[in-house]
Write a new protein. Structure first.
Length: 205
């Protein structure tokens, strides 16, 4: 489903990713492990087409992630939260659904489904700015799923969260796996990879 063929990326004198190759199968949870600064987020950015590799190629189910049709099949929960504090949880989901071109009825249905999935139905009408860090992470994850993507990339989804939210995110990942989605899960927590991932790759220097 995902093929990275000797991709590299430099920022000035810094080599962020150096000749990385990966093959990730359809329906698996693949853990990408490594310390902070190892190049995990840069790899995710190249995988989804936000950055172009200086060398090497990226393919998603045989297609190029710079193509809009290919990118539409991807859901990304970035390490830096990509949600709007002044909006409610529901408004965030409806807004991201509109960006993906979902009609009004579908946006409403997906918002209801995902708020239940991430355990925030009772906080649907509350502004995100009042949420804990873990609750914001769950909204961030829900927004990545609103268009029902086949491939989900989670970039350190439990960074800075409380134990309850961490457990909730684990359960969400397991449910996504049961649905047959392909998941890339970046982390530097070995125990998370052991709990969730069928295979792992370690990236460092």
């Amino acid at each position: 489903m995902i093929t990275l063929d000797t991709i590299s990326k430099r920022f000035g004198s810094i080599t962020a990713v150096d000749g990385l190759s990966l093959a990730i199968e359809s329906g698996e949870v693949f853990g990408l492990l490594g310390p902070n600064g190892a190049g995990k987020s840069t790899t995710i950015a190249m995988t989804v087409g936000l950055l172009s590799p200086d060398s090497g190629t990226v393919r998603i189910d045989g297609g190029d992630p710079v193509d809009a049709a290919v990118r539409a099949s991807l859901g990304v929960a970035p390490q830096s939260l990509a949600i709007y504090d002044e909006m409610t949880a529901r408004e965030n989901l409806v807004f991201f659904g509109s960006i993906y071109g979902l009609d009004g009825a579908t946006r409403t249905r997906r918002a209801d489904e995902l708020l239940e999935l991430v355990g925030l139905t009772d906080r649907a009408r509350d502004r995100v700015k009042g949420f804990s860090g873990g609750m914001k992470r769950r909204v961030n994850l829900a927004c990545a799923l609103v268009h029902d993507p086949r491939v989900v990339l989670l970039d350190e989804p439990t960074a800075g969260v409380d134990p309850q939210s961490r457990h909730a995110i684990f359960e969400i990942v397991r449910e996504l796996q049961d649905q047959g989605r392909t998941i890339v899960y970046t982390t530097h927590y070995m125990e998370e990879a052991q709990k969730l991932c069928s295979r792992v790759g370690v990236i460092d220097k």
